[in-house]
Write a protein that binds this ligand. Structure first.
Ligand SMILES: *[C@@H]1O[C@H](CO)[C@@H](O)[C@H](O)[C@H]1NC(C)=O
Ligand SMILES: *[C@@H]1O[C@H](CO)[C@@H](O)[C@H](O)[C@H]1NC(C)=O
Ligand SMILES: *[C@@H]1O[C@H](CO)[C@@H](O)[C@H](O)[C@H]1NC(C)=O
Ligand SMILES: *[C@@H]1O[C@H](CO)[C@@H](O)[C@H](O)[C@H]1NC(C)=O
Ligand SMILES: *[C@@H]1O[C@H](CO)[C@@H](O)[C@H](O)[C@H]1NC(C)=O
Ligand SMILES: *[C@@H]1O[C@H](CO)[C@@H](O)[C@H](O)[C@H]1NC(C)=O
Ligand SMILES: *[C@@H]1O[C@H](CO)[C@@H](O)[C@H](O)[C@H]1NC(C)=O
Ligand SMILES: *[C@@H]1O[C@H](CO)[C@@H](O)[C@H](O)[C@H]1NC(C)=O
Ligand SMILES: *[C@@H]1O[C@H](CO)[C@@H](O)[C@H](O)[C@H]1NC(C)=O
Length: 370
């Protein structure tokens, strides 16, 4: 049964492809009805061979299991081939039957039904804990052993605001990206769980409040990302504190942190982070031990290579005339040596030329797809 459902979930994801290959001869005998439970309602979703044909008209109703048909209530349609029943309308001490009545363009009436249990069995994650040490905010919580089919919605807000931000986590650890939080402000956070197999969503855990940590020194963290070279720089006042040691770590939102090679206990204000993957959003933490003042502190920066990297221009421009044609050769930008950079984006060459004259200058632009 479980494997069946998992198979269907994959099939749902393939829906756009399936629609293309599906033929007109769809068979309305086999319907698939699924129930998705959220904290406030039960939704029913159905399809005929992964399709919701426009030409079929349908109504949906529900009744207590075993009750006569004249005691059914309408299940209000939300989208195509789905309807929703608020929990307030259901008696949780009974099981129910969903009834679907479909009429084909030819006037044929087809009746379908499936029983469901309105009770939600899934509970929110427990032991939600927020650790705000060393400039990072790390959220941990206890998950069931089913974590590979569950996902967790971490929702947080400033304690004095109703505006919520949220992120999906796949495991019981999540690092909130530093750009999402203002240092030294109070935030409150809650977590719920969605089981992708049973399609049940839990209520949220109780709110957990915390103070976003202070950042720095070191101050003015900045990444110089040129082609495949990522240099992280920061400021330090050596006159005031001459003997600091710095350590740089990389963190992933879904993981803990690991030290960057050759950037552990360094005394310079720069770290070569070129080992970082081009794909992904990295959180980098620079910690300092100031032996003069015997103090430790840290700062964090977010680095998203595919957005933050500068690609240097094409180089080695060569021109030659053959016959009455001008040939121009350029070699690829340095960044293209990184196959991720080359393959991840669509590149265009932009070539400008103009007539050299003191009076006027004409600029023409040519584009060529690489
Ligand atoms: C449904 O029909 C039965 C008899 O067929 C009748 O006794 C009952 O009152 C009806 N219920 C409603 C809600 O109309
Ligand atoms: C509802 O159905 C479930 C099985 O899906 C069963 O375990 C439960 O006992 C039923 N509840 C009632 C009130 O009959
Ligand atoms: C199904 O719907 C059709 C058209 O709306 C209606 O005539 C028919 O009575 C319905 N049948 C049932 C069993 O609800
Ligand atoms: C917070 O994280 C730090 C560093 O990983 C650890 O030393 C500390 O024990 C944690 N604090 C709590 C309350 O879990
Ligand atoms: C938010 O947190 C701050 C600092 O803990 C506190 O002073 C303030 O009263 C809180 N505001 C609300 C609306 O809870
Ligand atoms: C998380 O839950 C909140 C509140 O229900 C919702 O607004 C938000 O869209 C959800 N976020 C994600 C990423 O699913
Ligand atoms: C860095 O310093 C810490 C604390 O003094 C020490 O435990 C660690 O081994 C050092 N690492 C390297 C690579 O020198
Ligand atoms: C441009 O490249 C082609 C092929 O590599 C070569 O035959 C040609 O001589 C080059 N032209 C110039 C102007 O360098
Ligand atoms: C990039 O590749 C070109 C040609 O393959 C080579 O000449 C150049 O040195 C490479 N640059 C780097 C930074 O690896």
């Amino acid at each position: 049964m479980r494997e069946d459902m998992a198979g269907r979930l994959v099939a749902w994801l393939l829906l756009p492809v399936m629609l293309i290959v599906a033929t007109e001869t769809n068979d309305l005998e086999t319907i698939e009805i699924l129930f998705e439970k959220s904290p406030n309602s039960v939704s029913a979703l159905w399809d005929w061979n992964y399709e919701c044909p426009d030409e079929v008209t349908y109504t949906a109703a529900y009744k207590k299991l075993g009750a006569p048909d004249n005691e059914s209530q309408e299940c209000v349609t939300t989208e195509q081939c789905s309807c929703e029943i608020p929990y307030g309308l259901l008696d949780h001490s009974h099981n129910y039957t969903l009834l679907i009545n479909a009429t084909t363009p030819g006037g044929k009436i087809l009746l379908y039904s499936k029983d469901f249990d309105p009770n939600c069995k899934i509970k929110p994650p427990t032991d939600v804990h927020v650790n705000t040490s060393d400039a990072l905010v790390i959220v941990t919580f206890t998950t069931s052993k089913l974590s590979y089919i569950e996902e967790y919605n971490i929702t947080f807000r400033r304690n004095d605001s109703k505006n919520e931000k949220s992120a999906l986590a796949q495991s019981g650890i999540y690092i909130i990206p530093p750009n999402e939080l203002l240092p030294e402000h109070t935030y409150c956070l809650k977590v719920n769980v969605y089981n992708k197999q049973t399609m049940e969503l839990s209520v949220f855990s109780p709110e957990e409040c915390f103070m976003a940590p202070a950042r720095g020194p070191p101050d003015n963290l900045r990444m110089e990302a040129l082609d495949s070279t990522y240099l992280l720089n920061w400021d330090w006042d050596f006159d005031r504190s001459p003997n600091p040691t710095f350590t740089v770590e990389k963190c992933h939102t879904f993981d803990s942190c690991a030290k960057i090679k050759r950037c552990e206990n360094i005394t310079t204000t720069q770290c070569d982070c070129s080992e970082l993957l081009f794909i992904g959003n990295h959180i980098l933490r620079v910690s300092v031990y100031d032996s003069h003042r015997q103090e430790k502190s840290a700062n964090v920066i977010q680095f998203h290579p595919s957005q933050d990297t500068v690609i240097s221009p094409p180089k080695d421009l060569k021109m030659g005339i053959k016959g009455n044609k001008l040939f121009i050769n350029v070699s690829a930008p340095e960044g293209f040596n990184n196959s991720n950079i080359y393959h991840l984006c669509d590149w265009l060459t932009h070539l400008e030329y103009w007539t050299k004259s003191t009076q006027n200058s004409e600029v023409r632009i040519l584009y060529q797809v690489l």
